[in-house]
Design a binder for this molecule. Structure first.
Ligand SMILES: [Zn+2]
Length: 252
């Protein structure tokens, strides 16, 4: 959080860091300054994820990855509150959480989980317990979360364990729900290509799956002239198929 703030400040942006080590007065002053607009970037780690409300906040930089859907929704919720004159919120996700957990306004899962940790998430560092550590100077076992050694006063330099990688931000649009009319149109175009090129019967259904991830169901067997978009997609599928086949041969 401090690193982010220092980077913003170096670029001339009025940014402030806030954390639980500050006293109440200092924290209140920082929050007030942000609410008034004097501070434009307010950075924290876990402190403001829930309970804090500033409806005019409209941009969120998510730099902390999470696998928890609830924590993700709580965090993004900080910028989803309506306010007069506010038309949208912008989520700049550096954490990959949106790719993992979906759009924050998506419908929630209809089933509850059983509370057991998922096998794939067993390595999660979400709640790593704090353990006593040994003082590097006098070997005293320091209690958990104690930084400065109570015996010799040695305080190791804090190490930045935050991993960063270069990347390019891309715009993520919400998937629009596909109507049956659209599905029928695509299927009809695929039928046209299948018939014109004398492909086997299942070809159109297979291609259809590459568009919608499901088999065609309840659609009419009517052919329609294909658009360039569908022709391009079919061609891209053929190229991908040829490449996979080639890779398969190379592996063999
Ligand atoms: Zn010590």
């Amino acid at each position: 959080s401090r690193h982010i703030v220092e980077t913003f400040q170096a670029a001339g942006v009025a940014a402030e860091h806030i954390d639980y080590r500050m006293d109440d007065e200092e924290r209140a002053a920082i929050l007030k300054s942000f609410a008034s607009g004097a501070t434009t970037v307010l950075s924290n780690c876990a402190l403001l994820s829930e309970g804090w409300d500033c409806p005019t906040a409209e941009v969120m930089l998510l730099a902390r990855p999470t696998r928890s859907l609830i924590r993700y929704i709580q965090m993004v919720g900080r910028v989803l509150r309506p306010a007069p004159g506010k038309e949208r919120a912008l989520l700049i996700d550096h954490s990959g959480s949106t790719a993992r957990l979906g759009h924050p306004c998506d419908d929630l899962p209809l089933t509850l989980d059983d509370g057991k940790p998922r096998v794939s998430g067993s390595k999660s560092t979400e709640r790593r317990e704090s353990l006593p550590t040994k003082c590097a100077k006098c070997s005293l076992m320091k209690p958990a979360k104690v930084h400065e050694c109570p015996a010799c006063g040695f305080a190791p330099e804090r190490q930045n364990k935050v991993e960063t990688i270069d990347g390019t931000l891309v715009k993520q649009s919400r998937k629009k729900p596909v109507t049956k009319v659209v599905k029928q149109h695509v299927f009809s175009q695929l039928l046209f290509l299948q018939q014109k090129r004398s492909y086997r019967r299942g070809w159109a259904a297979n291609q259809y799956r590459s568009f919608f991830d499901v088999w065609p169901k309840g659609l009419a067997e009517v052919a329609a002239t294909p658009t360039q978009e569908v022709i391009n997609k079919v061609q891209a599928n053929a190229i991908a198929f040829a490449k996979r086949k080639e890779a398969g041969h190379a592996a063999a």
